[in-house]
Design a protein around this ligand. Structure first.
Ligand SMILES: NC(=O)c1ccc[n+]([C@@H]2O[C@H](COP(=O)([O-])OP(=O)(O)OC[C@H]3O[C@@H](n4cnc5c(N)ncnc54)[C@H](O)[C@@H]3O)[C@@H](O)[C@H]2O)c1
Ligand SMILES: O=CCCC(=O)O
Length: 478
């Protein structure tokens, strides 16, 4: 079904670019086409890289104070247009409006934080071995950055990369996910309105991601790739980046364990797991994927958890009271259904109503499963949907071993009232992020990222800025 079909231009070198070839952006809640964007090719990818390379010559020479002021201004414009950005995000991505507003605030917090941090890119002075020498260490921007982002957080995954890149003095070429290009284009419009010069931020929309990214990966002027998305594509980009030895940051998939120890506050654990599991309908890289609950409290926990899940309202993100929106597309629904069928065929039990589709859109009702074993698909591969598998454990050692038995290592959670258990779990879980009695750890000032096949590097905080800086050692003979 088509309605209000507008074409939104892509943004290269401060210019709005339209192409004859374009593709549709669909609302996953209604299946309506909400707009079209140009289907960029290798030609636009090259134009964008040319523009970013040219702009780098001047942007990298601006003072940290100038860059900070422009980032502050971008922050102000985004803040003024926050509601518009949140609504477009709901329409193309599906998350409930309250969550979209929350994502916009979260996204903008990176712009603010890095506006401030731009002024704190300090070097070092190191005592030399002889009196006639001085050793100085300076930080310099790496150069042009390629940023490739996913659909699940259409704004935050962009600002978490672009704000530190700009603060460091880098310029960027961005390829947003094909499902959610509109939020990205609106962010670029805000950057232009904020006075960020032409060529510093460029956005190429495309339905052929490899065609665009291959151009950037092969371009030796592009010095860094920063990617958020699935582990297989991350590995592909890492291999591609090797030929020109680019710096690489990867924020990849997760399989988060959510461990509820025998001494946990069950009410707090239920609240925590609801927030963690069902944020963005379960389509968050740090979503609880595997819920481990101590055998002694399993029955009480399951009862309270099921009751809380049943009260969650599924619907269009623009409707009042919606807590769970649609999944992004049909393939996402199929993946969750396949995991559900696999688990049930291997003996798992569904609690409450199972996850049927609605008439229109890619909806799934949240499902709780018990009697889950580690051999089931939902315990081995990222679900990215509202399926909550619960399994029991008997000792902390067992929970840690099973939680770590995966190639992923992004986020893990543990609920306990014992300080000793909190320390044991947080020190022994092989994860980049551990939430102890906390199911919402993401903030702009903290290092976000994964161990093992969940990624390389960190985003957020001063760690996130270092990813865009080269270290230069100057040895001065006086
Ligand atoms: N670790 C994190 O911070 C984090 C954050 C958000 C999402 N994720 C992960 O992202 C995944 C979901 O996102 P997705 O389905 O959009 O992932 P995806 O890997 O399919 O797509 C991510 C981006 O890569 C692009 N892409 C796809 N194929 C490509 C190719 N051959 N060459 C270059 N680019 C290509 C897509 O167009 C999109 O822009 C999940 O695994 C999730 O865990 C991780
Ligand atoms: O999906 C991954 C990003 C979510 C977050 O930043 O909390």
């Amino acid at each position: 079904m088509k309605s209000q079909e507008l074409t939104y231009p892509m943004y290269i070198n401060g210019k709005q670019i339209m192409l004859d070839d374009s593709f549709e952006v669909e609302n996953p809640a209604t299946n309506e086409v909400i707009g079209r964007v140009p289907n960029g090719t290798a030609t636009e990818a090259r134009r964008a890289a040319d523009a970013a390379h040219e702009a780098f010559k001047t942007w990298s020479k601006t003072s940290a104070y100038e860059r900070a002021a422009l980032l502050e201004s971008w922050h102000r414009v985004i803040d003024e247009r926050l509601e518009e950005l949140a609504v477009i995000m709901v329409k193309e991505q599906g998350k409930p409006l309250a969550e979209a507003r929350g994502e916009m605030q979260y996204a903008n917090s990176f712009v603010k934080w890095y506006a401030e941090e731009a002024k704190r890119i300090y070097g070092e002075s190191i005592p030399a071995s002889v009196a006639s020498k001085r050793i100085m260490v300076q930080k310099q921007p790496v150069g042009v950055v390629a940023a490739i982002t996913p659909w699940n957080f259409p704004a935050a995954m962009i600002t978490r990369k672009v704000a530190p890149a700009l603060a460091a003095g880098c310029t960027v070429v961005i390829k947003p996910a094909e499902q959610t290009p509109l939020t990205a284009l609106l962010l670029a419009e805000c950057a232009e309105a904020a006075g960020i010069p032409a060529g510093v931020i460029n956005v190429v929309t495309t339905q052929n991601p490899a065609e665009v990214s291959d151009v950037w990966m092969e371009d030796s002027r592009v010095k860094k790739v920063t990617f958020t998305g699935s582990t297989p594509i991350g590995k592909y980009l890492m291999r591609k980046a090797a030929d020109t030895v680019k710096k690489v940051s990867l924020e990849l998939g997760g399989l988060a364990p959510f461990i509820i120890a025998e001494d946990a506050d069950i009410e707090a654990a239920v609240k925590g797991v609801i927030v963690s599991k069902f944020r963005n309908a379960g389509q968050t890289c740090i979503c609880a994927n595997r819920i481990f609950v101590h055998e002694s409290i399993k029955k009480t926990f399951l009862q309270a958890f099921q009751q809380a899940v049943e009260s969650l309202k599924v619907g269009n993100g623009l409707e009042d009271g919606t807590e769970i929106g649609p999944l992004i597309d049909k393939a996402a629904v199929k993946k969750v259904q396949a995991q559900l069928q696999d688990a049930v065929s291997k003996g798992a039990v569904i609690h409450g109503e199972s996850g049927q589709n609605m008439e229109k859109g890619y909806f799934m009702k949240p499902v709780v499963l018990s009697g889950v074993t580690d051999e089931m698909l939902c315990m081995k591969e990222e679900t990215f949907g509202p399926l909550a598998p619960v399994t029991a454990f008997n000792t902390d050692e067992e929970a840690i071993e099973r939680a770590n038995d995966t190639p992923f290592g992004l986020a893990a959670y543990v609920y306990t009232s014992s300080l000793k258990k909190a320390v044991t779990y947080s020190e022994n879980l092989d994860y980049g992020i551990v939430g102890v009695n906390d199911s919402a750890p993401s903030v702009a000032q903290a290092p976000f990222g994964g161990m093992k096949e969940s990624g390389l590097g960190r985003e957020g905080g001063h760690f996130g800025l270092e990813e865009f800086l080269e270290v230069k050692y100057i040895s001065l003979q006086v």
